[in-house]
Design a protein around this ligand. Sequence first.
Ligand code: NAD
Length: 511
Amino acid sequence: YLIDDPKYSFLKELGLQEKNVGVFNGKWQANGQIIKSFSPANGKIIAEVQAASAEDYESCAAAAQEAWHTWAELPAPTRGEVVRQIGDALREKLQPLGQLVSLEMGKILPEAIGEVVEYIHVCDLALGLSRTLPGTIFPSERPGHVLIEKWNPLGAVGIITAFNFPVAVFGWNSAIAMVCGDVSVWKPSDTTPLIAVAVTKIVEGVLEKNNIPGAIAALCVGGKDIGEKIVKDDRMKLVSFTGSTAVGQQVGVEVQRRFGRHLLELGGNNAIIVNEDANLDLLLNAALFACAGTAGQRCTTTRRLFIHKKVYSQVVGRLSKAFAGVVSRIGDPLLSETLIGPLHTPAAVEAYKKTVAEAVKQGGKIEFGGKVMDREGYFVEPTIVTGLPHDSPLVKTECFAPIVYCIEIPDLDTGIKYNNEVEQGLSSSLFTENLGDVFKWIGPHGSDCGIVNVNIPTNGAEVGGAFGGEKATGGGRECGSDSWKNYMRRSTVTINYSGTIKLAQNIKFGD
Ligand code: NAD
């Protein structure tokens, strides 16, 4: 096991062992199956985690619900102070936690650390929110009456997360849910269980110091079985699900069936439009990171490039050269010279191979890449495909690997039409120097995505704004802006202090 190798001493710094317990309900205890965690960089086992059984899930949900009564009674600023301390505890463990993300998920260290920083940033945001959570007073039409909008916590929130952002997505949900007064049961991806255990240990340490029941941040490592329990559980007032569109659709329907709330953050099929007047140096810099960075495993990775005919050949040529320039820097994500790590699993490599073969079969040309790398681990070449129609089913499907389709466009309107023609609606970006085109792009006839950028990549969001997408991306919004509303319920309260009954609309009923 890699955990015994002194090279990976950061694992022990995080309190991990060869065999770990993957269930936390205030106490660490698990009775489910043993999950082996693999490093995608070499296919070797890092360590083991014992997952949750059905009874373990039950104990987490019950303990979380019980602990909610204590947590919800604390003033929001007190909850904010606890979240602030979690941010500080994460700052202390920034390096080892980042290293673990790199080792278990496979993204390069600066991006892995960036992900932990995102959790820290959202703790900062949540701290401010804890002192500014709004509640409005409206003027009443009746004398001696007051109309108040009062926000209360929901209760327990089920958080189901994807493998590719194994820290940040939990952080976005958890920090905001906590200041809102909610408790959570987290089911992480079963291919990143060590990260979930390490993060929960950090949170546990802060809760313990503050004498708060650990069950307010319960952890239930497991697969689809545990996910389905959360989805069907009436006690989970909100199910926040991040993952593929196919699974998210089932989750959304099931949660709706019991009139629960859902927050869906699903797949993307993100495009960059290159206008004829685009600053190409800027574009190429951004496109390299957006298409090939994180080995194409961000929900916001650029998968389609719509390039104006006047600059098409130049952009494809220069992008191919840029891809060629990074191939020698594909490798161990923990090494400082590495720019691109591996795919996460052998199944992802298979999906990559299948998509490349299908692209060729359909008449596409591989301008660059297209091959699985001959080395240990799950490494593939970043790939550029040309010659496929903009509306071919392949181009309209999200393949979670570094493959980008380049398509020529005659003008911006066509680019916008192509951008919007896919079922997903997560992220999009336009490269232009033309102010009028910027406003067209962000206006009613522009991009239909949740994220609409100008002169930056499609990926790499900040926590201040709301994050999420439209259409088959699920419509959810997380993190900044007014996303906190997802985690609270609203009551409209009318209080009469006039001493007489007056009906609204001045209705007279009886004498
Ligand atoms: P996935 O859908 O395979 O799994 C996501 C989570 O759902 C995992 O924890 C998994 O165990 C769980 N799950 C699986 N079946 C379930 C079921 N029937 N009921 C409940 N839970 C179930 O996704 P993945 O491969 O881990 O992640 C990649 C996908 O996630 C991509 O499509 C990517 O675009 C998307 N993603 C979206 C965002 C976003 O914010 N929009 C962010 C990250 C990833």
